[in-house]
Design a protein. Structure first.
Length: 197
């Protein structure tokens, strides 16, 4: 049986490699401490709302902490830059309220969700789980005002899915996923008699 610590360390190493793929001008990721990294300084160069005026800020620095029982226990992201985001899914203490955690979720996906709340993306905002009740009237007033929400519409960096993944089940059809220059991979479903794309 594999050592749980070894499995965790392998996952942390893989997570680090994925995080470095999205590291860039929009989301800057700096590992802290020693490998395998359990803490990261993340600078989101995203225009976010920080007060009901509304007031804006173009950069928010956060700390991502990966707990000892990860992935069974969820990571946390807390803003170091104050004033903290004026968002219903951010606690007044500066900690991001991420909603649910699934241990299969990658850190890249987790950080993307966080970044989208900083962008005030209405698709990911959860008014059913309010962390900051004082921000709720602001959200309710402006959630349909596209001059205010979203506050940032930059396209977030994605993982470079290079190569080709082929899934061949014991029964037909065969599924082939090819990377392309487009935003989404091309998926071909191939039947032995016909090709579908």
């Amino acid at each position: 049986m594999a050592d749980p610590r070894e499995i965790r360390n392998r996952r942390l190493t893989n997570e680090y490699n994925e995080l470095m793929q999205i590291n860039g001008p929009i989301i800057q990721i700096e590992p802290l401490g020693n490998e395998p990294y359990e803490r990261y300084k993340i600078t989101f160069n995203i225009r976010t709302i920080i007060s009901p005026a509304p007031s804006y800020r173009n950069k928010t620095v956060c700390i991502l902490i990966i707990p000892p029982r990860y992935p069974k226990e969820e990571p946390t992201i807390t803003a170091e830059t104050s004033p903290y985001p004026w968002h219903i899914n951010w606690f007044s203490s500066g900690r991001w309220c991420f909603g649910g955690w699934n241990q299969e979720e990658s850190l890249v996906s987790f950080i993307h969700r966080c970044a989208r709340t900083l962008q005030f993306d209405p698709e990911i905002t959860n008014p059913g789980s309010v962390a900051n009740r004082t921000a709720l009237p602001f959200w309710d007033t402006h959630k349909h005002n596209r001059q205010i929400i979203p506050s940032d519409i930059q396209v977030l960096p994605t993982l470079d899915v290079s190569g080709r993944i082929t899934i061949i089940p014991r029964v037909k059809p065969k599924i082939v996923i090819k990377s392309t220059q487009a935003d989404k991979p091309k998926i071909n479903i191939i039947n032995r008699n016909n090709d579908f794309q």
